[in-house]
Design a protein around this ligand. Sequence first.
Ligand SMILES: N[C@@H](CCC(=O)N[C@@H](CS)C(=O)NCC(=O)O)C(=O)O
Length: 204
Amino acid sequence: MKIMYVPASPYVRKALVTVIEKGLADKVEKVRDNPFEETTKIPDFNPAGKVPTLIRDDGGVLFDSPVICEYLDSVGTGPKLFPSGGEARWTALRRQALGDAALDAIVVIINEMHRRPADKQHPPVVERQARVLTRCFDMMERDAAALGNDITVGHIAYGIALGHLDFREEMVGGIEWRTGRPKLAAWFATFNQRPSMQATIPHI
Ligand SMILES: N[C@@H](CCC(=O)N[C@@H](CS)C(=O)NCC(=O)O)C(=O)O
């Protein structure tokens, strides 16, 4: 398999953490391709032109990190990251959606503050997404005691959203998530030590 990636993308990181957690590191070739560069080949495979994009060994293409992560879970080894059914599945999917919602809000803030000319920026956009982030992290804090030492795609999505805000803290105007969220901070400190998280620390 091949995964088209950039090392700063949190959605890519979800997929790469999953690759490692599922024992697939030697089966997935990483192909660096920046979707914002003219030379990108990503649109030949994924009409959205986004990373991560996964090219399977049979030539089939998968995109969007939730789909890629579920595929990797189905072909790898180790505990299921997507529980097969019941309430456990809904909990994992809800947590994934919450982590991804926080990521989406971070991306909107960064695009608004750093990818638009100053005279085209609209502060209410950033303020609205900052409120989204507050609500997302508050919900994670309420959930933190239930996270335990398990790992599902929901845990991965939480960890990557929190890690991404740390990575982009300056670009999002200094929003930080630990104050007033001690349970979440303690959970992240442990989760972030997993080899899969340490092997995928984002960089430019
Ligand atoms: N929902 C997608 C989001 C992927 C995404 O937005 N990736 C960004 C990089 S962080 C990208 O490729 N952006 C290119 C663009 O917006 O044109 C997922 O979960 O994979």
